[in-house]
Write a protein that binds this ligand. Sequence first.
Ligand SMILES: Nc1nc2c(ncn2[C@@H]2O[C@H](COP(=O)(O)OP(=O)(O)O)[C@@H](O)[C@H]2O)c(=O)[nH]1
Ligand SMILES: [Mg+2]
Length: 341
Amino acid sequence: MEQTADPLSADENALVKGVLAGDRAALARAITLVESAAPQHKNAAQALLARLLPHTGQSIRVGVTGPPGAGKSTFIDTFGCALTERGHKVAVLAIDPSSALSRGSILGDKTRMEGLSRDPKAFIRPSPAGGVLGGVAGATREAILICEAARFDIIIVETVGAGQNEITLRSLVDFLLLLLITGAGDELQGIKKGVVEIADAIVINKADGDNIARAKAARAQMERALQLVAPATDGWSTRVLTASALHGHGIDQIWEVISEFKAQTQASGAFEKRRTEQRRAWLHSALERQWRDVLYGHEAVQAALPQLEAAVMAGELPAAAAAEELLRLALDCGSRMSTQS
Ligand SMILES: Nc1nc2c(ncn2[C@@H]2O[C@H](COP(=O)(O)OP(=O)(O)O)[C@@H](O)[C@H]2O)c(=O)[nH]1
Ligand SMILES: [Mg+2]
């Protein structure tokens, strides 16, 4: 068999070694590489991932979502510190598809993870802002793998509950935790239809002070509501808990639930089945992205696009006909229109 050239330079080989050794600077650089929107980084990023892939998969990937202000950052800080204290290595990533537009970063918002950011057993990575070659979800998936190769055994991915974020998050993690808070009464705030159905646990946060009774009532209500929906994970009954991220109450119980989830779903096969499906989805999103790049990067397509666009905009040509013409050009099967004229 012919040996293909290793597209990794000496520098990049050092990067692989650094990541595998758990070196934080190497870890940060590797994630920057897969996040890069520069086409010249694509080959190196893919080669890096291929090298790291055999060393991935050994973590539990936990998604945390909920409305703004529910306490996600505070919770991750408290929870993360409790886990590093038990000897775990915790990586925190953020997925924020809107950051490309807003230039915001959800891990850069008001609540910094004060404890965790100073913890040598933790690694925090804000959501990439701006254009990312693999899309924000793709970059986050790849960042998860890189953290695993660096031996982080608990990966927490945060996203604010807005738009399609939770659906994207669900496709990246093993366990999805939905964080909610009560309003003035015991009704839950910022709860979106459908999100409860994809959660493996619902935590009613800020169960402290004079809020405890309301949180408990909300919990009972949520438990009743859940009896009517199918669980998010085969064989697992969605748990409802109360907690105070600020005061550290209920945090150990949440870890117990996640550990129980892992043991149970690994025994039943549901855990690996979900991961296998997630890898399938990874392929299809990579394929769509790369195909789009090929299509729009094709010289003949670029040359023909303005004219076809103008014709469609003027109402002279159906969009499907223009699209088909562009596809023909990209696939080099010649132009139907030019051969006809
Ligand atoms: N009383 C109380 N306040 C909390 C708790 N968790 C978070 N907060 C406060 O709620 C606000 C929003 O928290 P933050 O973690 O930034 O929420 P996020 O937007 O979901 O990330 C901050 O002022 C926190 O101090 C809690 O358990 N109890
Ligand atoms: Mg936050």
